[in-house]
Design a protein around this ligand. Sequence first.
Ligand SMILES: [Zn+2]
Length: 300
Amino acid sequence: MRLLLLALTAVSFFPSWSRGAEPVNVVVTMPVLKDFVEQIGKEHVQVTSLMTGFESEHTYSPKPSALVAVRNARVLFEVGVGLEVWVSQLVRNAGNERLLVVTTSRGIGLLRDHVGAEPVSSGQEAHGPGGNPHVWLDPEGAATMVRHVTEALIKVDASHKAEYRANQAAYLRELDETAAFLVQRLRQAPNRRIVVHHPAWPYFARRFGVQVVGTIQTQPASEPSAHHLQRLITQMRKERIKVIVTEAQLNRKLPDLLAKETGAHVVVLTTMPGALPGTETYLDMLRYNVLQLAQALESP
Ligand SMILES: [Zn+2]
């Protein structure tokens, strides 16, 4: 606590002299947002991500340093859809009146979770009835989030408006081209039916033509029942499911167990950039996820 107070005092000792030349101080909840803000803001932003990318987005809770970061920031970007339940409390505690809080998923059409081939009934979703929060895994959702980032940066730093707009145009073009290439790539895989560890992939699956036929973990951060696992094994054998998608942030024990029982491959993807080598940016992560999945689907 004493350290925290010292840190807060240190922060207030540096007034915003030479404003305008100073980069905009930005806090984001997750690494994917850090990448978007840096793609648009470039040298005009200084971004701190509260999550590193190695923790599960559903079990994360902010460290004391998060309060200092939020106190010192001009803008905070979150995904929303109930993913970062801890943000409102953190913002309240920080007491930063200048802070602009931006929910980047605003305007994205939400999908429900799916446990099997069909959406689950109301009240059974792993992610709550509001919808699935993993909207950035569809490049089109990412584009909406990037637009929110650009608008917010213009709002707090109008002097670089033209640059932010130009950076957005260039980035969205690259995003489009990458997505188009990857959609084509994955469509070459003949059997695109998968079982997933945690239901993070409905948006990804829709965009890339993948069918999620089962989910190991129907509640985030809780163990499935033995009965659920047995049913999944039976289904995978019957429907000849060859690939189980897990994530770098999750324990491999259950996917490995299912793979052993059914002869399927386990492929480790990530929902957060930076968690695996070769996933440093959002576009790197997208390429990594699609190419790893395509390779696993095509393995004998
Ligand atoms: Zn989730």
